[in-house]
Design a protein around this ligand. Sequence first.
Ligand code: FAD
Ligand code: SF4
Ligand code: SF4
Length: 419
Amino acid sequence: MSCASITEMVARNLCTGCGACAGAFPNHIKMVDDPVNGRRPVAAETPQGRRAEKEAVAWCAGGDSDWRDLNRTDAIDRDWGPVLAAWEGWAQDDEIRHRGSSGGAVTALAHFALTSGTANGVAHIAARADDPRLNEAVISRNRAGLLRGAGSRYAQASPAESLGAIAQGNEKVAFVGKPCDVASVHKAMRTDLSLAAKIPLTIAIFCAGAPNLVATDRLLDRLGVPRDARLVDLRYRGAGWPGLMQAEWVDRDGSQHHSTGITYAEGWGRILQSERRWRCRVCADHSGAFADISVGDPWHAPPNGETDAGRSLIIARTPRGRAFVVAAIRAGVLVAEARPRDVIAAAQPNLKATHGAVWGRRMAMRTIGLRAPRDRGQGLLRLWLGLPLKEKLQSVAGTWKRIWRERLWRRVTIRGIAR
Ligand SMILES: Cc1cc2nc3c(=O)[nH]c(=O)nc-3n(C[C@H](O)[C@H](O)[C@H](O)COP(=O)(O)OP(=O)(O)OC[C@H]3O[C@@H](n4cnc5c(N)ncnc54)[C@H](O)[C@@H]3O)c2cc1C
Ligand code: SF4
Ligand code: SF4
């Protein structure tokens, strides 16, 4: 459910941190890295800031999204959002494939958007050079720029901040982000048709949740990076599939160090995932239903070791997404084979149940007066009803317990970055 202002969205745990509101009003709303609550918007305490925080709600999908116009025809579409076609594949460019998170398909498609004349730029995120624990929204215009973003960053990021630059410019810009980022971009495009005309393509990466900065700092501790060192690189994925989590730093004497790598299973499973924000636990779209194309890991055919040659699962969500993937395969930039449309369920065996549990979690929130996101027409109740009894009960009772443990009724206030 939407609130009257983006400050209320943040206070009530509905904000995903996509950055669209800051993109809409760059002079009055800024994204701030809060170590615990995530990257969240703060509006200026001025008359213009107060107006902006209300008007920006029109671009925000944190509180609600509308699935009713999505083209869904059968059970696969109803479970996952539109699935027009599916492929498994990788970037033909060896470096992109290697540096990519799974098979580098996103970076290869983004590069094809530039070289085919579909777009003049690609909006995505990349690690900040001055502090690689943090991410920044960038618009790339060439391969080198895109390679800055290759590899998933299991941390807070706000790619939709670039909407401001896109709206103000005269160029066509493709957009890459998480499902929640793309949902806000989709909403903004519905609200502002001149913006929509400048975004020829959207690509979503699958996403099970974005951890906070506290989690990143724990990962750095596990990797043995001293707190007083200057971090120069932090990789969560990539350099093979799924890739190792690794850091590089310069110590006080100026010597450079590389950490040993820890596995994705350890890093995500034992360190990062427990610090996903509450909004991620009530997120009902982990696979990018609002995008033209969405890309994830083909876990149904798992990698051989930690640094296998990568492969991506590629899903066309719209006719223009399907035409674009087909053109990329024909041009030879993407090596991909068609797969049955239901491959998405095999590749992501937990996500359908997760979407079902979200109905129970949201219901539990509402019964005690908390606001919960609403995705009109998605049909989450049907997925919840399909869960075993124990999981149904767990989704409700577990939520009440968590609300109590984490005091989730308290208003979220943003304090800014610690170091
Ligand atoms: C937080 C997070 C959770 C994920 N959870 C899952 C999951 O549950 N299941 C699954 O199959 N896949 C998940 N992924 C996606 C997966 O890791 C790959 O990103 C996906 O398979 C695409 O790989 P690729 O090699 O084709 O992309 P690449 O060529 O490596 O390109 C990745 C693109 O994603 C963008 N990106 C990276 N991190 C972020 C971020 N935090 N926010 C916004 N954009 C970002 C980069 O800018 C780049 O453009 C997750 C990714 C992230 C960041
Ligand atoms: S637009 Fe995005 S960043 Fe802004 S309040 Fe909504 S969800 Fe949060
Ligand atoms: S889980 Fe959902 S809300 Fe959280 S970062 Fe991923 S797409 Fe966004």
